[in-house]
Design a protein around this ligand. Structure first.
Ligand code: NAD
Ligand code: ZN
Length: 259
């Protein structure tokens, strides 16, 4: 057996034996669906400067809002057409075979839901791109409706009700995290017994503090990622692999283990 196979087998065993398996996903889960992540070569940050997308800049100037909507529109066009890949499908299967307690995602693309993971299992830590919200009155708008306006020449959309600035319901750098989701993610992480990271660089906080909470609560920490992360040292298992391959392998093994 290779180290890689042994790693998959160990992860499968731990998930099969876990009372509360928690999976934590990042942008790396969706690259196989054609959505670029932020930090890989060819990722979003090779094309745009992250500093242009801080929340206070968005609030402060029309120019920043215009830049933001340009980047967000480009990403959304890719997301709208994207289909769940083998990694999303394996996680949906994990729930069907009764081995998923909670799925915390940093992704905003809605692909876990599209793959069939139940809404009540998912915590979207960084919001979602599927709708747009007014920053002043909180009114929600369907994303496709707003994209139509942008295609029609509007550069920065404003609220029909109060005239406030509209923004996709995603969390930008420097923007407050959704309170309920963050609290729930912390609670679930502290009480899980297995915390499996898939496709995250684990450098974006506070999301990246969740593995430490899990470890602090006595959980095992396993990481599946293409590249090293700052948590590899503390992890109980690191699988350096493509998410789709690794998760498909692991879930096949679990399906053969659990009755
Ligand atoms: P990140 O871009 O910082 O890191 C992604 C990690 O996944 C990298 O370490 C990379 O090596 C790894 N990776 C990429 N493809 C992989 C694959 N096929 N298999 C295994 N590993 C793979 O992403 P992050 O940690 O999620 O944090 C960035 C922020 O970006 C998050 O807040 C998220 O909201 C946002 N984001 C979301 C999407 C999306 O919704 N699909 C896309 C881009 C960015
Ligand atoms: Zn409004």
């Amino acid at each position: 057996m290779t180290d890689h196979e042994a790693g998959l087998k160990l992860a499968a065993r731990w998930i099969a034996d876990s009372a509360r398996p928690l999976v934590f996903t990042g942008a790396g889960l969706s690259t196989e669906s054609g959505i670029p992540d932020f930090r890989s070569p060819g990722g979003i940050w090779e094309k745009y400067n992250p500093e242009d997308f801080y929340f206070d800049r968005f609030l402060a100037s029309e120019g920043a809002r215009e830049k933001y909507w340009q980047m967000a529109t480009e990403m959304y066009e890719v997301m709208r057409g994207a289909q769940p890949n083998r990694a999303h499908l394996a996680l949906a299967r994990l729930e069907r075979i009764g081995r998923l307690d909670c799925l915390i995602t940093q992704n905003i693309d809605g692909l876990h839901q599209k793959a069939g993971t139940s809404e009540e299992k998912i915590i979207e830590l960084h919001g979602t791109a599927v709708y747009v919200a007014c920053l002043d009155c909180r009114r929600r708008f369907d994303r496709d409706l707003i994209q139509e306006r942008i295609k029609g020449g509007v550069k920065v959309p404003y609220c029909d009700g109060c005239g406030g600035p509209l923004k996709p319901a995603t969390i930008s750098f420097g923007q407050a995290m959704p309170e309920r989701e963050l609290a729930e993610a912390c609670r679930r992480s502290s009480r899980c017994d297995l915390f499996l990271v898939v496709g995250s660089s684990l450098v974006v906080y506070p999301a990246a503090s969740l593995p430490s909470l899990a470890k602090g609560g006595g959980a095992k920490l396993a990481i599946i990622n293409r590249e090293p992360t700052p948590f590899d040292e503390t992890a109980d298992l690191v699988i350096r692999a493509e998410a789709g391959d690794a998760l498909t392998g692991i879930v096949n093994l679990i399906a053969a283990m659990v009755p």
